[in-house]
Design a protein around this ligand. Structure first.
Ligand code: ATP
Ligand code: MG
Length: 433
């Protein structure tokens, strides 16, 4: 019988890779908490209608990509394809709007879309995202963009481009929509099939088409920027001025529309030169209509999501992230020594050290080899002689210096051991894992 494998489009993240994930998570967490964002965790599945109403039925996500199924109670359930709809549902359900002021939230976790798997595109993938609810200020738009930029920069990423656009308010967009349909209709038969289909249902999405002929036709299409009313225009200019004052470079791209229906005014994407076809690492924008659309009070909002798989592909090109070295490796052989070693390792951990206990029972020589490979600063050794005298050998792996210590004196040596580990790490220039 064949063994069972992970489903297509899903991946195991193994220990050798987990360092990248933990680094991204800790950098993001740190930056977000310093900007007063609080974490929110919402369920991974929701009622299907939340996404239909929140994301829009004419989008790719809702139209073709959702993992939707009937549960045993015959309810239609969907694995969340993105984070915003669930956060907004929670915001409404728990009356967070009534707390007044601005809510700065962030989330992280797996998302699910039925797409063709390829590099940087999976069926279960991960995002970290932010949502700022309750502020109509363009400064909120700029703040979230600045935070995304700070996270990516802190991780050391280069060759990133911020693409920026405004898609105005719903009236601007309605006017533009009509102009775009009027322009494209004479070319209808030359558009790619998807775009033909979108011409009436979701014409702005045609701007996103990858088809060459469609893109050629779009060259002379009207620009959304010519359809912004004075207020929308001012907002967009303010965001640009604020980005400039923060020293964040950007490029205005009037073709940039986002895949989800709920966006208004500012939309943006951060793309990398180093990712091939799936270049967008971070995407977001303002969505002033969504909270009301989902039955809540009128609440302006802005947010983004970073795709972690793509981010980690970039990090892996940059620098190896290795696990932290442990402090001590404990080697023992013979029954009484092994019993004492178990206690010794636990005592050291309780004193705050990181400790790996060799469980193999193999010859000392083999255990010493593993100690060397472990990256530990020092090795504790217990054999029959040590067990008998309630002592332990402590060997510093960088220098080979070795001393015998009474097991009972270990606790009083804690500070001195800590200092010696720091000294030995400072003196070691390589050779550890
Ligand atoms: P794309 O055009 O790449 O399909 P999208 O517009 O569908 O992106 P969003 O819904 O805005 O993407 O999601 C934000 C980010 O999440 C994307 O920029 C990307 O980094 C990541 N992402 C989206 N879908 C996937 C996926 N199937 N696999 C991995 N990452 C994804
Ligand atoms: Mg997509």
């Amino acid at each position: 019988m064949g063994s069972i494998q992970a489903l297509r489009g899903t991946r195991d993240i193994l220990p050798e890779e987990i360092g990248y994930w933990q680094k991204v998570e800790s950098v993001a967490h740190d930056i977000l908490s310093r900007a007063a964002y609080q974490e929110i965790r919402t369920p991974i599945f929701e009622q299907t209608s939340l996404f239909e109403r929140g994301i829009g039925e004419a989008t790719d996500v809702v139209g073709k990509e959702m993992y939707t199924f009937k549960d045993r109670g015959n309810r239609s359930i969907t694995l969340r394809p993105e984070g915003t709809a669930g956060v907004v549902r929670a915001f409404i359900e728990h009356g967070l709007a009534a707390q007044g002021g601005v809510q700065r939230l962030w989330y992280g976790g797996p998302m699910f879309r039925y797409e063709r798997p390829q590099a940087g595109r999976q069926r279960q993938f991960h995002q970290i995202g932010v949502e700022v609810l309750g502020s109509p200020s363009p400064r909120a738009d700029t703040e979230v963009i600045a935070i995304a930029t700070q996270i990516l920069q802190t991780l050391g990423l280069k060759n990133l481009h911020l693409n920026l656009n405004s898609i105005g308010d719903s009236e601007d967009r309605q006017n533009y929509r009509e102009a775009l349909i009027a322009y494209l209709t004479p070319f209808k038969s030359e558009l790619d099939p998807d775009s033909q289909d979108r011409l009436t249902r979701n014409p702005l999405r045609i701007l996103d088409s990858k088809d060459e002929r469609t893109q050629e036709i779009l060259q002379a299409a009207p620009s959304i920027l010519d359809y912004l009313n004075p207020d929308s225009k001012t907002r967009f200019e303010q965001v640009q001025q604020q980005l400039t004052s923060l020293g964040i470079p950007y490029e205005v791209n009037p073709r940039l529309v986002r895949g989800l229906d709920y966006y208004t005014h500012t939309v943006f994407e951060i793309q990398s030169d180093d990712l091939g076809a799936q270049a967008t690492v971070c995407a977001g924008g303002r969505y002033d209509g969504l909270v009301a659309q989902l039955g809540g009070p009128d609440t302006p909002a802005v947010g983004w999501a970073i795709g972690l798989e793509r981010l980690i592909l970039l990090l892996q090109q940059l620098q190896p992230v290795t696990p932290e070295n442990i402090d001590f490796y404990v080697v023992s052989r013979g029954e009484p020594a092994e019993a004492q070693a178990l206690v010794l390792a636990q005592t050291l951990r309780q004193r705050g050290f990181s400790v790996e206990l060799d469980l193999s029972g193999s010859a000392f020589g083999k255990q010493f080899k593993r100690a060397d490979r472990s990256g530990a600063a020092a090795c504790f050794i217990l054999g029959d002689a040590e067990a008998e005298t309630q002592t332990v050998q402590l060997k510093w792996l960088a220098t080979g210096k070795q001393e015998a210590i009474a097991q009972s004196s270990l606790i009083s040596l804690t500070e001195s051991l800590r200092q010696q580990i720091a000294d030995s790490r400072a003196g070691v220039t390589g050779g550890s894992r």
